[in-house]
Design a protein around this ligand. Structure first.
Ligand code: HEM
Length: 617
């Protein structure tokens, strides 16, 4: 009897759920038939496994259901846009409707509706506008952004030159190298603190964040916050989010250090902020002076903003740079063409700067192609519809979450022919192709750090190619992701050597188009104290006015001896003034000087002769 009753209740519940599902599907794009409660989880898992990855799985759904399709993740319908025209039409043209972030579960657990990534409404508007304006100000006038990127780039590679120079080049693990470089760039932009090799806090934090992102499954992303916070779920919450909590703790410690430094007079904030933290404190102070009592700019929200900007700004750009080197190692012909273009633009005598961008079409095309191949998210971050809206002519009900599937769009064979091939030429041949590249997303919720990321990719890639060669250590890493099922699409792990081109003035003079420009190039790379070995003889050209004075004038006695070598002494044989030394040189120089001086005195024979010869000639 009880069993019968249970059976009826169960049948009734499943029946109601099935009818609800059927009704809901009428206001959604097509997709595989979902089951009550589990939705399409089983088809998604099977299709992706069979196709060899999430993106390949989505592609199977696109083939079957068209350019916009629905996948039910449990009871939640997710709409995937796999067509760039539709993505533009919705995200850009109707940005207001399509600009709300879906912030449930994983994405909001730490942020609690704060920060820039998962907040919405007025709070999001204020904080996004503030962060954008601050980053924009760093790119204006003195261009602090470019200065900081180049300073960190130079520092990192000089440092590696000291510690990792082997077999004629700098040998590093690609991810560790770019993690440290990009991590330091974003951290100096945010709080003016650089990370060093072997910094335990930095290494631990990177490892923890990576662990958290690796453990974060699609299941955790959609678990409601009240479950994540409940005591009985802590085993899972701590396991997944522990690493991210460490990052938040680090942001809080950075704020504490700054507040303390201000109060004890070690740090002063000028009128123009030099980093995000100062800009935020200035804004807090201004809101206070303006009498805004419920301002959303306070130390708690600052910690989440720093957390968001760090998280979104480090992993993304570093991963793209690791992909960049994978692509370039596989295509030495692209490196050669890039070097030709960059030497032409810089003359080989200076660094590449952002002002060079209009004159480096091949580098621009190469970076576009790197970003297309990289497409670092297998699944893009979701947004939510708060009202019914049309997507590609199909009505979609409020409450559906959706996203433009960037990785899928970037591998659309109809748009990017031979899509698995790394070919920067495709962007050179077709100027319109760039609008189909949406690595930073589209519309109101597109990437906030786009200008910073683009500046980093341009300056680091371009200057690396100018300064070094690229060689794999071991086999060339494949252009293939190692995490086809993860949320992020990671490149292979590999070591790389950056050989320093041959150390001879001949090479640099040839490269720079002259001896003086060659010296300048060497000075730029090795700074003002450098040594050139002329065969077995070390020569030290002094390229700094202060040092020249200090040595040649103040310590003249030590620095007065002429190096008299072969050809210089061939005719003179230790005599004359230019190639002699010691007492002989002193007597003859003194005599010649005195004679010339006498000619300039009294009747001034010197002047008379010059005028006479000038008039005659
Ligand atoms: C190559 C590097 C980068 C790539 C490929 C990238 C890509 C993206 C993408 C695809 C989104 C989601 C857009 C959407 O919802 O459609 C996003 C959002 C975001 N990115 Fe980036 N990003 C990069 C670097 C950065 C950097 C350097 C920063 C920080 C300075 C940053 C900060 C953000 C923030 C705060 C958001 C959320 C914006 C919002 O919801 O209003 N990103 N990024």
């Amino acid at each position: 009897m009880v069993i019968m009753l249970l059976f009826f209740v169960l049948t009734f519940v499943i029946g109601v759920l099935t009818i609800n599902l059927w009704r809901a599907r009428r206001k959604l794009p097509k997709g595989p038939t979902p089951l009550p409660l589990i939705g399409n989880f089983h088809q998604l898992a099977y299709t992706c496994w069979k196709a060899g990855g999430t993106v390949a799985g989505y592609n199977e759904f696109r083939k079957e259901f068209g350019k916009v399709f629905t996948i039910w993740l449990g009871p939640l319908p997710t709409v995937h846009i796999a067509d760039v025209e539709v993505a533009h039409e919705t995200h850009v043209k109707r940005a207001n409707i399509f600009g709300v972030r879906y912030s449930n579960g994983g994405i909001n657990y730490i942020r609690e509706d704060k920060g820039v990534i998962s907040s919405n409404g007025e709070y999001w508007q204020e904080h996004r506008r503030f962060a954008l304006a601050t980053l924009r100000n760093f790119g204006l006038g003195r261009n602090i952004m470019e200065e900081k990127i180049m300073e960190e780039y130079r520092y990192r590679f000089q440092d590696y030159k000291r510690t990792n120079f082997k077999n004629g080049g700098i040998e590093v693990h690609a991810s560790s190298c770019f993690d440290l470089l990009v991590g330091s760039i974003i951290n100096t932009m945010l709080v003016s603190e650089r990370f060093e090799q072997g910094d335990e806090e930095f290494d631990y934090m990177l490892e923890s964040v990576e662990r958290s992102l690796g453990r974060l499954s699609i299941f955790d992303s959609f678990t409601p916050p009240w479950i994540l916070k409940s005591d009985w779920w802590q085993w899972r919450t701590k396991y997944v989010f522990g690493g991210l909590e460490f990052l938040l703790g680090m942001a809080k410690r950075q704020i504490e250090r700054r507040v303390e430094a201000i109060s004890n007079g070690e740090h002063a904030i000028g009128e123009d902020a030099e980093d995000f933290l100062d800009a935020f404190l200035i804004k807090m102070d201004k809101d206070k002076r303006d009498g805004i009592v419920d301002s959303s700019f306070n130390l708690d929200s600052l910690a989440i903003d720093l957390f968001d900007l760090w998280l979104a700004g480090q992993e993304t750009t570093s991963t793209t740079m690791v992909w960049a080197c994978v692509c370039l190692l596989n295509h030495p012909e692209v490196v050669a063409e890039l070097r030709r273009e960059l030497l032409e633009v810089t003359g080989g005598t200076r660094c590449l700067t952002l002002r060079d961008k209009p004159n480096t079409p091949y580098l621009n095309a190469t970076i576009n192609e790197i970003q297309r191949i990289a497409s670092i998210f297998n699944t893009n971050i979701f947004r939510i519809l708060e009202e019914d809206a049309l997507i590609d002519g199909q009505i979609v009900s409020a409450g559906a979450v959706f996203t433009a599937q960037i990785s899928l769009l970037h591998t659309d064979e109809a748009v990017f022919k031979d899509n698995t091939k790394f070919d920067p030429g495709r962007f050179m041949e077709n100027n319109n192709l760039e609008k189909n590249l949406i690595a930073f997303g589209l519309g109101k919720r597109s990437c906030l750090g786009e200008s910073l990321a683009k500046a980093e990719l341009y300056l680091i890639t371009g200057n690396l190619i100018l300064d070094f060669d690229l060689e794999p250590i071991g086999p060339v890493p494949e252009i293939k992701t190692t995490t086809p099922f993860g949320l992020m699409k990671r490149p292979p792990s590999y070591n790389i050597r950056f050989p320093v081109p041959v150390y001879t003035i001949g090479y640099y003079a040839w490269k720079a188009g002259g001896i003086v420009t060659g010296f300048r190039e060497i000075e730029r790379i090795y700074e003002k104290n450098f040594t050139l070995w002329m065969g077995p003889i070390p020569t030290v050209p002094i390229a700094d006015f202060e040092i020249a004075h200090e040595t040649h004038v103040k310590r003249a006695h030590t620095f007065e001896v002429r190096w008299v070598y072969g050809p210089m002494n061939f005719i003179r044989e230790g005599r004359g003034i230019a190639a002699s030394n010691g007492e002989f040189w002193q007597e003859h120089r003194r005599f010649a000087l005195k004679t010339l001086r006498d000619f300039g005195m009294g009747r001034n024979i010197m002047e008379g002769r010059i005028v006479e010869e000038y008039n005659y000639r």
